[in-house]
Design a protein around this ligand. Structure first.
Ligand code: NAD
Ligand code: GLY
Length: 374
C-alpha cells in the first residue's frame, strides 16, 4: 500500500534573500495563496513548456485567478534546446512587450530547463526581477530549483552563460511527478543518491532500501528524498552561495557527466541525470585508483546504480569517434577549470567527498579509457 505524503517547509538561509522550499502534494492547486504572500505586486508571468502545460498549467492558472493575481503565460518547446540564446532572446523580448516592471514576478513552471531559462531571464531583465520556482521534475525538485544557479547553454558548452539569482519561493509539488515519464524520474534520482555519496552515508543506506519504492511512485518516499536532498543543498548554499569552496562538492560526477553529455549532443541519448550517475561511478573508481576509497565502495555504488536501472556504462551509446582524448578534451573546458587545471570531486568513502586538483594525467587517461570500455 502506498503511503500518504506529509508537507515540509525548509528555509534557505541567505539573510534578507532567504526563501522557503515547500515540499508536498497539492501545492499547485493552492499556489495562488502561497505566491500572493511573497510577491511585491499582483502581476506574474508564467513560463513553462508544452509537456508541463498539458497537465499543470490549468490548475496553476485557476489558483492564480482565485487569488486575484493577474497573469500571462509563455510556453516553450520541451527539451535542452530551449536553454539557448535564441530562447532567452525570445523570452526577454516577450516580457518587455508585455510591459514587465521591476515588481513583476516570473514563475518557472517546469523542469530544470524552464527553471534555468526563467531564472536567467529574471536575473537580466530590467537588471533583475523576482522569480518563483515550481519544479515539476524530480531533478528540478531536488537540485536545480534550489540555490539560484540560472543560465543557458551555448555551442561552447553547457551553462557557460548565466547568473546567480535566488528565487523568492520554491514549491515542489510531488503530484507533478505522477505525470513524469519513468526514465526522467530515474534520471532525477541520480541527483538524490548523489547527496548520500557526498556527505550522508546514512542517506545512502536509505536510498539502497527505498529507491525502488521511490521510482515506482511511493509518494512519501519521494517527499522524504526531496526533503533530505533540499535540506542538504540548502545548508551548502547558505554556507557557500557563490561556490567559492564547499558548494563545488555538489558537482560530484558532473565533470565526467558534462563531457559525455556534450558528445551525446545534450539529447535523449543520455539524459543529464543518467550522465551524472555514470560520472559518480567514474569519480569513485578514480578515488579507488588513487587509494582514497575501497574497492568495496565502488562495487556498492555500481551495484546500486545498476540495480535501479541507471547507466554504469556508456558502451551502448558510444560512437566510433568517441575516444578518451575527446572526452578529456571536453572535461578540460569545464567552467571549474582554473589555469588549465581541472577540479575533481573525489571520495574517501561513500559520504566523504572532497575536492582536489591533484590527479595525475596518465591516471585520468587510463581511467577514462577503462570506464568507456566497461
Ligand atoms: P527538463 O526540464 O528538460 O525536463 C525533462 C522532460 O520532462 C522535458 O521533456 C519536460 O517537458 C518533461 N516534464 C517536466 N515536468 C514534467 C511533468 N511533471 N510531467 C510530464 N513531463 C514533464 O529536464 P530536467 O532534468 O528537469 O533538467 C535538466 C536541466 O537542469 C539541465 O539543463 C541541467 O543543466 C539543469 N540543472 C540545473 C541545475 C541548477 O543548479 N541550476 C542543477 C542541475 C541541473
Ligand atoms: N547543481 C549544483 C549546484 O547547484 O551547485
Amino acid at each position: 500500500m502506498r503511503s500518504e505524503p506529509t508537507m515540509t517547509s525548509l528555509n534557505v538561509d541567505l539573510g534578507d534573500r532567504s526563501y522557503a522550499v515547500e515540499i508536498g502534494n497539492g501545492l499547485i492547486e493552492t499556489a495562488g495563496a502561497r505566491i500572493k504572500a511573497v510577491v511585491p505586486s499582483s502581476q506574474v508571468f508564467v513560463i513553462t513548456d508544452e509537456n508541463v502545460a498539458a497537465s499543470w498549467l490549468a490548475p496553476l492558472q485557476k489558483s492564480l485567478d482565485h487569488h486575484g493575481i493577474k497573469h500571462a503565460t509563455k510556453i516553450f518547446p520541451p527539451g535542452e534546446q530551449t536553454k539557448s540564446i535564441r530562447c532567452i532572446d525570445e523570452l526577454t523580448a516577450w516580457l518587455l512587450d508585455q510591459g514587465i516592471d521591476r515588481k513583476t514576478t516570473l514563475v518557472a513552471l517546469g523542469g530544470g530547463v524552464i527553471g534555468d531559462l526563467t531564472g536567467f531571464a529574471a536575473a537580466i531583465t530590467l537588471r533583475g526581477v523576482p522569480f518563483i520556482q515550481i519544479p515539476t521534475t524530480l531533478l528540478a525538485q531536488v537540485d536545480s530549483s534550489v540555490g539560484g544557479k540560472t543560465g543557458i547553454d551555448t555551442p561552447q558548452g553547457k551553462n557557460l552563460i548565466g547568473a546567480f539569482h535566488q528565487p523568492l519561493l520554491v514549491l515542489a509539488d510531488t503530484d507533478t511527478l505522477n505525470t513524469l515519464p519513468r526514465r526522467q524520474v530515474l534520471a532525477g534520482y541520480a541527483e538524490v543518491v548523489k547527496y548520500g555519496m557526498i556527505s550522508d552515508p546514512a542517506f545512502f543506506d536509505w536510498c539502497e532500501m527505498n529507491a525502488q519504492a521511490l521510482v515506482d511512485g511511493d509518494a512519501e518516499a519521494r517527499r522524504y528524498a526531496i526533503e533530505q536532498s533540499c535540506r542538504a543543498k540548502a545548508e551548502i548554499v547558505a554556507d557557500d552561495e557563490r561556490e567559492a569552496g564547499r558548494r563545488a562538492l555538489l558537482n560530484l560526477g558532473h565533470t565526467f557527466a558534462h563531457a559525455f553529455e556534450a558528445e551525446a549532443g545534450y539529447s535523449d541519448k543520455l539524459l543529464h541525470g543518467e550522465a551524472v550517475a555514470f560520472g559518480c561511478l567514474c569519480a569513485f573508481e578514480l578515488s579507488h585508483r588513487l587509494e582514497l576509497c575501497t574497492g568495496q565502495d565502488v562495487v556498492r555504488v555500481a551495484r546500486h546504480l545498476e540495480g535501479i536501472g541507471l547507466p554504469t556504462s556508456v558502451k551502448n551509446i558510444a560512437e566510433p569517434h568517441w575516444t578518451p582524448e575527446l572526452i578529456i578534451g571536453h572535461m578540460s573546458k569545464d567552467k571549474k577549470t582554473e589555469s588549465g587545471q581541472l577540479t575533481f570531486v573525489l571520495a574517501r568513502a561513500i559520504g566523504e567527498a572532497f575536492t582536489t586538483r591533484d590527479v595525475p594525467a596518465d591516471l585520468l587517461n587510463a581511467l577514462v579509457a577503462d570506464m568507456m570500455a566497461r
